[in-house]
Design a protein around this ligand. Structure first.
Ligand code: NI
Ligand code: MN
Length: 228
């Protein structure tokens, strides 16, 4: 059964499943391009790839207002606990946990992960999701790494990759990442939010068409697409 992905800007995604909505890396109210406000987000679960503000800023508020399950690393789970977030599922690289509609496996990512208050935020991560029979890889903030070939081995319906460069892989490395992952569909994010990470997503999409067998799907902020 298909799932629906909505890009609300930057690295934030809504995943609508048969069992309700999952939010990835909630960054709304201080995001210059966000298509909605944190107060309007309804969800059952929240996945957090790492502790940087542009992935976690609205996590506690949205978790509390929805009593949502949060899946994140151990250090972030402790930080959220101090803010009164109760329903947190900590995990770490390699760990598979239940989420609405299926499972989430925490994957490696190459990045950093300090919390907004300067405390240690644990390791950055990606997520390999199996929901409603759809396999979706969310890379989070990362450079290109060769284990992407392994992550793609079971077959991927879609992959969400950063293309902004500077703080993550850029467009060319995201093409190589797509070759390694070999997903049916690849969707870009983590670009266009601020001047240092401006990119031309249509030029990137053309590189994907020329250099990989994946279908690039460039969403406008606020746009949705069906996967699976
Ligand atoms: Ni980051
Ligand atoms: Mn980021």
């Amino acid at each position: 059964m298909p799932i629906t992905l909505t890009w609300t800007g930057h690295s934030t995604w809504l995943i609508d499943t048969s069992a309700g909505r999952i939010v990835v890396d909630p960054f709304f109210d201080d995001c210059p391009t966000a298509s909605m406000k944190a107060a309007d987000v309804e969800c059952r679960a929240i996945l957090i790839t790492h502790a940087h503000f542009d992935h976690i800023a609205d996590a506690a508020a949205i978790a509390k207002q929805n009593r949502a399950q949060v899946v994140c690393n151990f250090e972030i789970s402790q930080w959220l606990g101090k803010q009164g977030v109760g329903n947190v599922q900590p995990c770490n690289h390699g760990g598979r946990v239940a989420i609405p509609g299926g499972t989430s496996k925490m994957e490696i990512a190459f990045h950093s992960s300090g919390l907004p208050d300067g405390s240690y935020g644990g390791n950055p991560a990606g997520f390999l999701l199996d929901i409603d029979g759809v396999r979706l890889y969310v890379a989070g903030d990362t450079s290109l790494f060769s284990d992407m070939e392994r992550i793609g081995r079971g077959g991927l319906d879609a992959a969400i990759l950063p293309i902004g460069d500077v703080f993550t892989m850029g467009p060319e490395d995201a093409v190589e990442a797509t070759r390694l992952l070999a997903p049916e569909v690849v969707l870009p994010c983590h670009y266009g939010t601020w001047p240092p990470i401006e990119q031309d997503p249509q030029a990137w999409a053309e590189m994907i068409r020329q250099g990989t067998s994946a279908e690039p799907r460039v969403l406008a902020v606020g746009e949705s697409t069906s996967i699976g």
